[in-house]
Design a protein around this ligand. Structure first.
Ligand SMILES: [Zn+2]
Length: 109
């Protein structure tokens, strides 16, 4: 059953209304909203991406943007759509592995 709901979510993630939106914030929000990727930090000093896992497990994902830390991700905004590189792979819990391309989830497996 759990397996099927995961497949359904994956299919739904391809629909345009399931695109992630981007919100800039000075700090990690207390109440994060699904389908929003938060870019944390001040302009020119953004250090973290924060959002909820798209698989539905609702776990928080924190991606470091700081050059001096590893691992490190980069994001690119094009026409308000976010791209994140490299891919995001949760090693714990749901073990989801995906890319964010133009605000959409592209699953690796
Ligand atoms: Zn998950």
């Amino acid at each position: 059953m759990k397996h099927w709901s995961k497949i359904a979510r994956r299919i739904l993630s391809h629909f345009p209304w399931n695109r992630y939106r981007v919100r800039f914030s000075d700090d990690i929000p207390d109440n994060s909203v699904r389908r929003i990727i938060y870019v944390i930090g001040s302009k020119g000093n953004q250090w973290l991406l924060y959002f909820r896992c798209p698989c539905g497990c609702k776990k928080e994902i924190y991606l470091n943007l700081m050059q001096e830390e590893s691992p490190r991700w980069q994001f690119l905004l094009r026409r308000n759509k976010i791209n994140i590189a490299p891919s995001i792979h949760r090693l714990k819990g749901c073990k989801s592995h995906f890319w964010i391309v133009k605000g959409r989830v592209v699953w690796c497996s």
